[in-house]
Write a protein that binds this ligand. Structure first.
Ligand code: ADP
Ligand code: ZN
Length: 313
């Protein structure tokens, strides 16, 4: 079946289907590891490997060698950021002001285009994840979806009407400002804002506040109550601004599944009945964990590749 969000010529796509599926490369470029995969436009993954993220000089030749062998029709990259997504900019496809200094201003798209000679789709890692969920997962058919990852940092990907939201740069939803609870003595970890969502609620903030790794604090209700409060504050802001039909929460911290009911309850409380929709009345299906067994990011990269190849990114 043809993907409806794309204006691809039907005859050509049909012929290609008869000949077989595309071979698509997917790269989830993270600050600690690079996940590389080969699959097709149905989301099937044939093979996958992970390579540590070192400097471009060390890591890029390994990535290029992996994909060169595979003869992919297109590559999709979901990348740690900030990144330049404006196709009119000379810096399009670069990783820009990242704190990972070796990768600062690195032209990752250009490097792959030159080495592989194929179309290269490019977006943020979290936009890749939301695209994976909308294309292959539980958010299929929805028009407006947010994916928020809460891990070492906090990042948000936003899908609206068939497209990933970029705007002037791309969303930085992890840095929305949060009202700190009066009984929280922790000053906040973000070097730019201290008490933004990332500064108060990412894994390293939990560890700094409580003096133990988040995973070791599982049985401390006060930890997760506070965490849920901060996450809920941010979600309420996103709900009121973007009116998403579904909010997907992923990342290491969300492995603490007890957070989900707490967050749902607090979001309902904080909204105060101001908006009433079918979605908000069914919180269990509104604020949800990722549905693709941690493959939402890499599967989204397959779709980034497909869209680039089809010219409908
Ligand atoms: P990254 O954000 O680096 O891609 P993760 O999403 O795994 O990776 O996030 C790592 C962070 O999540 C760490 O700060 C870690 O403490 C926290 N974390 C990982 N697993 C768990 C868990 N089971 N429970 C709570 N926190 C966790
Ligand atoms: Zn911040």
């Amino acid at each position: 079946m043809l993907k409806e969000s794309c204006g691809e010529n039907k005859t050509r796509a049909g012929q290609r289907r008869k000949e077989g599926f595309m071979r698509l490369g997917a790269l989830e470029a993270g600050g600690t590891k690079m996940v590389c995969a080969v699959g097709n436009e149905t989301g099937e993954i044939f093979e996958q490997i992970s390579i540590p993220t070192e400097t471009p000089e060390i890591t890029m030749p390994k990535l290029i060698a992996y994909f060169k062998d595979k003869q992919v029709d297109a590559l999709g990259i979901g990348c740690f950021g900030p990144v330049e997504l404006d196709r009119q900019s000379p810096e399009y496809g670069h990783i820009t002001t990242t704190p990972k200094l070796a990768w600062r201003n690195y032209d990752i798209v250009g490097a792959f285009r030159e080495a592989l000679g194929c179309p290269v789709g490019f977006d943020t890692d979290v936009n890749g994840s939301v695209l994976g969920e909308v294309t292959f997962g539980q958010a299929k058919g929805k028009k407006c979806v947010i994916y928020l990852t809460i891990g070492t940092g906090v990042g948000g990907g936003i899908y609206i009407d068939g497209k990933l939201l970029h705007g002037m740069l791309h969303p930085e939803a992890g840095h929305v400002l949060i009202r700190k609870k009066s009984d929280d003595a922790y000053e906040g970890k973000c070097p730019y804002h201290k008490t933004c969502l990332e500064g108060l609620a990412a894994g390293p903030a939990i560890e700094a506040r409580w003096g133990q790794k988040a995973v070791e604090l599982k049985d401390r209700p006060e930890v997760w109550n506070l965490e849920a409060d901060y996450i809920a504050q941010a979600l309420v802001g996103y709900i009121l601004t973007l009116s998403p039909e579904m909010i997907i929460l992923g990342g290491g911290v969300m492995h603490q599944e007890q957070l989900f009911p707490l967050i749902r309850e607090k979001v309902t409380q904080m909204l105060g009945g101001y908006i009433q929709t079918e979605e908000l009345a069914d919180m269990e299906h509104y604020i949800v964990p990722a549905s693709l067994h941690d493959d939402q990011g890499i599967m989204g990269c397959l779709e980034l590749a497909r869209r680039e190849k089809a010219g409908c990114a």
